[in-house]
Design a protein around this ligand. Structure first.
Ligand code: ACO
Length: 360
């Protein structure tokens, strides 16, 4: 009954295009392959916000000031909030921000996950939250707030690459949720809260954790072929492979794979962990090809996300919150784009229930 319903066009956008047949992601006219080599997260934010918000004199400084402004809300984290999973605690703190539509509100919403996730992780381990340094680039400061030490250039570049890679991705579930709420003119914070609530579900933002579970279960590279064969024989899906839209390659996986290799060259990834991941990837791709010769099943973004975020010191329960640090830029741009159409999103449902019994 619902076949084809998900193909209905729900929005027009100038923001990004997921070109599954050609394995390309285009963000405002620039391919992701080019974007990751030329742009910082602040640059991508400028690209996404262009035309929807006034351009700040310097995006890095404006975002730094926004981090300082939202840090004042960390004091509202009471023991019950700190005990929540990080993404839920972050959502509660984020709900304290006002529901305006201006650039200041937008930048504070972008800053919020990068400030709240490190603060909550530290508070959960009985360590004090670390205040942001507004002079640092966004990714470097996020890592400094997490660990308490200045990151290496390679670590900062790796997180920056991740944030750029996930900043926007067409009309995915969380972005659609943001647009639906924005279409009611509810305001940016409400739109971001809706998006975050959609993101936290395991079918959307929750896959990288299970990739690490798979690495742990396989244990050593030599076990990979047999472990994978057993999983596939049981009808299980291999985490980090396949995609609903990408048919030839997931360009985000390539962007993150090269970031992981750069981290490995700087000694920031345990070589044994990388060797295990590469053995699993090789064996998974070969066995998936043999099992489904007509259906390309390639490495997806989640596989290398897992390795990258683990190497940067984020615990797996925080991965969805780190995803939000990048995607929040896309949510806000989409929310503004939708609000500017002035059109309420109100799809129709198809009633398939019983009709009322008419009295004879
Ligand atoms: N492992 C094993 N088999 C797979 C996998 C996988 N990772 N992915 C697809 N298949 C199989 C399916 O079981 C299906 O087999 P069948 O025809 O015998 O039923 C066949 O390949 C075709 O599947 P698709 O229709 O292409 O898959 P679909 O579009 O429904 O799913 C999805 C895409 C959900 C991403 C799937 O590939 C999957 O479950 N992957 C593992 C989980 C994962 O990595 N998720 C993160 C995705 S990236 C992101 O969302 C940000």
């Amino acid at each position: 009954m619902n076949a084809g319903l998900e193909d209905v066009v729900a929005a027009q956008t100038v923001l990004s295009d997921v070109d599954g047949n050609n394995g390309r992601l285009i963000v405002r006219g620039v391919s992701l392959d080019a974007l990751v080599t030329t742009s910082s997260y602040e640059d991508v934010l400028g690209l996404l916000f262009a035309g929807f918000f006034p351009k700040p004199a310097a995006m890095q400084a404006a975002l730094g000031a926004a981090r300082v402004a939202v840090f004042s809300h960390v004091t509202a984290a009471d023991p019950a909030l700190i005990a929540l999973p990080p993404v839920d605690g972050m959502r509660a703190l984020l709900a304290r921000l006002g529901d305006s539509d201006d650039l200041d509100a937008a930048l504070q919403l972008v800053a919020a996950p990068a400030v709240f996730i490190p603060a909550l992780l530290r508070l959960q381990s009985d360590k004090p939250a670390i205040a942001p340094d507004p002079s640092r680039p966004h990714a470097a400061d996020t890592l400094a707030m997490l660990t308490g030490a200045a990151p290496t250039d390679q670590q900062a570049a790796a997180l920056d690459r991740y944030l750029v890679t996930v900043a926007d991705h067409g009309l995915n579930a969380s972005t659609f949720a943001a647009r639906v709420v924005a279409s009611t003119r509810a305001g940016l914070t409400s739109s971001v809260l809706a998006a975050l609530s959609a993101l936290k579900g395991p079918l959307h933002g929750g896959a990288p954790g299970p990739v690490l579970d798979m690495l742990d279960a396989v244990g050593i590279p030599e076990q990979a072929p047999a472990w994978i064969a057993a999983e596939l024989a049981r009808g299980e899906r291999l985490m980090g492979f396949g995609h609903r839209i990408y048919r030839v390659r997931d360009p985000r996986a390539d962007a993150l794979k090269s970031a992981v290799r750069m981290l490995a060259q700087s000694g920031a990834i345990d070589p044994a962990r990388l060797a295990l991941a590469e053995a699993i990837e090789r064996s998974a791709l070969a066995q998936l090809k043999a099992k489904k010769p007509d259906r390309p099943l390639e490495t997806n973004v989640e596989f290398y996300t897992a390795l990258l975020l683990e190497a940067l010191g984020f615990p797996r329960q925080a991965f969805t919150g780190v995803f939000a640090m990048g995607r929040v830029g896309g949510w806000i741009a989409h929310a503004r784009e939708q609000a500017e159409t002035g059109r309420l999103i109100r799809p129709k449902s198809v009633y398939v229930g019983p009709q009322p019994q008419e009295a004879a």
